[in-house]
Ligand binder design. Structure first.
Ligand SMILES: [Zn+2]
Length: 138
């Protein structure tokens, strides 16, 4: 039986997310975005989670143009990558979560729920200024 999006999200073992195969099987190391879609994933704090993704510092900016979303025709900035110090994701991940029902890995969502406010105010500030950041779980 094929694994469902929620199962995939609960077993995702990497600390990056949101990098997809753009053509079928063009990069087997990357997941297929459709495998992570479950429109029924609608936690009460989804808006906060999306805000977290959107507000995290940009850690890498590459010189590529924007590209169309893989699932709709909207133009997405794909040249910037964001990080909270533990996870790395492309700037358009929030779009996939907000507009296409992409399910985020449990290991990414869990600390967002625990430390959201503290992370947004302190952690991101420190990250943005290149200072050492204490592990919020310690
Ligand atoms: Zn889209």
């Amino acid at each position: 039986m094929q694994m469902k999006a929620l199962q995939r999200a609960s077993t995702w073992s990497h600390n990056w997310f949101g990098f997809w195969q753009t053509e079928p099987e063009n990069d087997p190391m990357l997941p297929v975005v459709k495998d992570f879609i479950d429109p029924s994933w609608n936690p009460d704090d989804k808006d906060r989670i999306i805000a977290y993704l959107t507000n995290a510092p940009i850690v890498v900016a590459a010189a590529t143009d924007s590209e169309d979303c893989l699932l709709c025709s909207s133009d997405q900035l794909t040249s910037c990558f964001q990080s909270d110090g533990s996870w790395l994701w492309p700037e358009d991940l929030a779009h996939y979560v907000a507009c296409h029902g992409v399910v985020l890995p449990n290991r990414l969502v869990f600390p967002i729920r625990l430390y959201h406010d503290c992370l947004l105010s302190n952690h991101f500030h420190l990250l943005a200024h290149g200072e050492m950041v204490a592990d919020p779980s310690s």
